[in-house]
Design a protein around this ligand. Structure first.
Ligand code: FAD
Length: 458
């Protein structure tokens, strides 16, 4: 095993504390950075990861410049990423989107995305008129007049709640394209409480019907852009976190965690005072099976979806003035979303060829992973032609497969998370972080990693 990093300084004098972070995606990187802040320069911090540092933050070369093929943006209305970039001295890298909107491909045609919804849930039938049938509009308009019960603290799938109150068409056309973009799942697999926490809170607080709950959950309209990106790609953040943390890096897969007195042995790597587990749930479950079986069992109940991103630099084409296309459930396209990156992000417009991302993959269907790169590029171009009429070829491409990368927030997810955390934090020196705890977005991962270290070290 190669342990790379500035170990000499630390091995000469005995390090005050030793810590291993298993998994070097954003969750693990931020956990390591926070450990460095809390433990000081003398602590020996080892980042364990067999793959490229950054996990689902991956920046590649495409069409003559850096391009993100995992996460490409973050929600700037949440504080965690904005604060982290500020702390690291990277605020200047934050870039704003051009403010274009996506369209939705539904019923074999392009539609404008209705404005003012909560993850696709409308505030009235009128707000989605023209996008769904007149029957669906009437259904939503009359929703407040139908008897409604919600047991405070209960949970169900988004499809169950929205299908029952607004009808299946609203589920497929309005909600699924947005939920699919975030979780690679559908409203059938997303639990209300985890996927729409503000809606669950409004229902718990006694909203008389779903329409009223949506209005309350949306709150006052917020101004300013929702998202930011990073100039130069997420790699800039990954590199800066490594530079400021100065961890040693063990380029191996951790095989297990064993308690050894008051310390923890990470098989293959070493023995540590502190271990933070920042890998996906199935792997965390296998690692913790021996010492924390209650956490391992709960972790094994969180399934994940795989996704594929086909990044393309297009030959001689002009993209429409849209940020991209979301695809409703049940369409005959293979792609589930298109991001017209050079329209969406002004800083990508200088490339010689327009660059786009085409995303594939839905929870429960792994078949897309078996397709060859050539086929995936072909499907991406065919589907692009269907939704835009643009007939083009690829000047350059990168195909990135993300296997079991996106945890599913099923109904009851928050109870599973509570079980995991209770079992883990009963163990001194052990913590967990990851996108399955408090949201899949990068800011949520930054938040859980910070929380994990605070729980360990106060
Ligand atoms: C296609 C796609 C697009 C996305 N777009 C966005 C977006 O625009 N905005 C946003 O906010 N979020 C987005 N996300 C979600 C976000 O990128 C992820 O939730 C987040 O990056 C996950 O970080 P993580 O550190 O928890 O996990 P990961 O990034 O998966 O890191 C886990 C690490 O663990 C390592 N590992 C695995 N097994 C072992 C082992 N045995 N020992 C040691 N290490 C191991 C892996 O190699 C990996 O590096 C997107 C995700 C995907 C897949």
């Amino acid at each position: 095993m190669a342990l790379i990093g500035p170990a000499n300084r630390r091995s000469e004098a005995k390090a005050e504390k030793t810590a291993a972070v298993i998994g070097a995606g954003i969750s693990g990187l931020v956990a390591a950075y926070r450990l460095r802040q809390k433990l000081g320069t003398e602590a020996d911090i080892v980042l364990v990861d067999p793959d490229l540092i950054g996990g689902q933050l991956r920046t590649v070369e495409l069409g003559g410049g850096p391009f993100d093929v995992g996460a490409e943006a973050f929600v700037r209305r949440r504080p965690e990423m904005v604060q982290l970039l500020e702390e690291l001295g990277l605020s200047d890298l934050m870039v704003l989107p051009a403010g274009l909107r996506p369209i939705v491909w539904a019923g074999g045609a392009a539609h404008s995305l209705p404005a003012g919804s909560l993850m696709g849930l409308p505030t009235s039938g009128e707000s989605i008129r023209g996008f769904v049938s007149d029957e669906a509009v009437e259904w939503v308009n009359s929703e407040p007049t139908h008897p409604f019960t919600w047991e405070s603290g209960s949970d169900c799938s988004v499809a169950e709640l929205v299908g029952d109150r607004f009808g299946a068409e609203v589920v497929e056309r309005c909600v699924d394209p947005l939920l699919g973009g975030v979780y690679a799942g559908t409203s059938e697999t997303a639990g209300v409480r985890a996927a729409l926490p503000t809606l669950a809170a409004a229902l718990d607080a006694g909203a008389p019907n779903l329409t009223a709950a949506v209005v309350t959950a949306m709150g006052a309209p917020q101004s300013g852009p929702v998202f930011s990106g990073i100039e130069g790609g997420y790699q800039r953040l990954v590199e800066e976190l490594i530079r400021q943390t100065e961890p040693r890096i063990a380029s191996v897969a951790a095989q297990g965690i064993v308690r050894y007195g008051s310390q923890w042995t990470v098989t293959n790597v070493g023995t540590f005072d502190i271990v933070v587990v920042a890998v996906r749930p199935a792997i965390a479950s296998a690692l913790l099976d021996r010492e924390v079986p209650a956490a391992a069992s709960a972790l094994s109940r969180i399934p994940a979806a795989s996704a594929v991103v086909v990044a393309l630099a297009l030959q001689d084409s002009v993209l429409p003035d849209l940020s991209g296309v979301l695809v409703a459930s049940g369409e005959s396209l293979r792609a589930k979303a298109f991001t017209f990156s050079d329209r969406k992000w002004p800083h990508l417009r200088e490339r010689p060829n327009p660059v786009i991302r085409v995303s594939f993959g839905k929870f429960g269907d792994e078949s897309i992973l078996d397709e060859t790169d050539e086929n995936l590029v072909k499907y991406a171009l065919e589907d692009l032609r269907t939704v835009t009429g643009i007939e083009t070829t690829a000047a350059d491409y990168v195909v990135q497969r993300w296997v079991s990368a996106l945890p599913q927030y099923l109904p009851g997810h928050l109870d599973v998370v509570a079980e995991i955390e209770e079992a883990i934090y009963a163990q001194p020196g052990l913590a967990i972080a990851g996108s399955y705890l408090n949201g899949v977005g990068v800011p949520a991962c930054v938040g859980t990693a910070t929380k994990a270290v605070n729980r360990l070290l106060g």
